[in-house]
Every structure is written in C-alpha cells, then in structure tokens.
Design a binder for this molecule. Sequence first.
Ligand code: CIR
Length: 267
Amino acid sequence: MSYQRRYALVRPLPRSFSAALQQTPVPINVDLAHAQHERYTEVLRGLVGQLIVVPVDEHYPDCCFIEDTAILVNSVAVIARIGADSRRGESSAVYSVLHKLQQIEPSLRLHRLTEPATLDGGDVLQMGGKIFVGLSKRTNQDAVLQLEALFPGRVVALPVAAGLHLKSVLSALDDHTLLVEDAPPARAMAEPILAALPDAEAIYLPDAVAANVVRVGGTVLIQDGFPESETILLRAAAQRQLEVAKLDMSELIKADGALTCCSLLLE
Ligand code: CIR
C-alpha cells in the first residue's frame, strides 16, 4: 500500500456532538472536542495533497466520524450502509462529495452497499493487500458478501470480540506491522489477520485506544495521553524512520471515536 495520500476527507464536529452515541454515557466538553478535531484536521491538511471538507450536518451528532461512511480501496469507493439507524444518513453527503471528485479523478469508481448489508468503515482494516472486515454490532455478513463480490479473494471476515469496531483495538502501522491492544479478546482478533499475512508482526500496546493510529506518508498520528503505549509506539516509529504527530482526542474518545474514524484517505 502507498502511504502517500492525494486526498483526505474530513467532516467538522457538529455542535450537536454532545448527543453523539456513547457506549458509556459520560458528559462531553463540546468546545474542547471541537478544538481537538480542528487540530486533527490541521495536522492532516499538512500531510495530504488536498484536504476535502464535507459540510457539517447538525442532524447527525456523529457525523465527524466520517470513516464509517465509506471505504476507499485504491480508486474504488464503497459507500457504507452504516449500522446505527441514527447515523445511516451520514453517507449521502460523502457520496455527493466523492461523486463531484470524479470530475477531476475520472478513475475513481463508486459503489454502494445495499440492504440488508450494514457496515461501519471502522470495522474495515486494509493491510497487506487484504481487506479485513470485523463482524460487529454494526457490520454484518451481507456486507462481507457484497465486498467479496467487489474485491474477489481479498476479503477476510473475523468476529469483533472487543470494542465497538474492529479498529477500536487494532490498526496497521504499515503493511507488515499490526498494532494490537494487549488483552485476550484483541489478541484473538489479531490472530486471523496475522495468519492471513505471514510477513506481518504484531506490536502489543497496553491501551486499546492507542492501538488505533493513522499512517499518512512518512508520518504516523498517535494518541497523546497514553504514556506506556507511547513509549512502544515511539520506538516502533523510530525503527521505521517515521515522524510522529501526537494528538489529544480525549473528548472524541468519550464518544468511542479514535484517530482513524475522523478521516477518509484516498491514495
Ligand atoms: C458511534 O457509536 O458510531 C460513534 N459514536 C463512534 C464511531 C467511531 N467510529 C470509528 O471508530 N470508526
């Protein structure tokens, strides 16, 4: 996979974010969440060719979690049918933006997952040419079947045993390095991924949220505020000659958001 990205799509954090879905309800400081999301956006702007901002929609408190609306595989965009009813409409604005982008990127192809498929992009990990799909409360087997038809031989489904999404407990630092929360359910989720990628190794981290990083070009975005995990990540990044950008996303974490969930990256 090329880590250079020509485009990143982001969607601003709405004022209605205080009503975002939460696995554990805790009050959110929306002003701070807004500032954290802005910083994420600005850091990303400096790392990609062009940052595309999808208009915010106050009707969707979770709309900043744009990752869930689509998956981008090389020049193919698959518009998701988001698993949570309250979020399903978030994909339309992303479809419109990608449809417009086709005018300057004619090789971009658009597909839509259709009922009864449900899928959140947070359940999809692309690594080593494979597309790993977590079967979760949000993502079902019908989505797996539709993805298999689009990407024959590349899709591997696995159960999500911990966290909201597959990538709530793991992510790819590069095509050979899987970051995984050091806990039995997450280790079990990593097994089929490592089995499918014989050249890959796992690096285990004490904090689930720190296992979700965004790799863009020669830079990796990591969560600030998890010192034990950070020590391990800094070592892994240095070994791979990667720059590190630390982002504090504490208020988005309260709504089960991680780093990958706030952008869609297009090669
Ligand atoms: C939700 O429950 O859908 C949102 N509050 C969080 C979504 C996070 N998405 C992601 O990590 N891909």
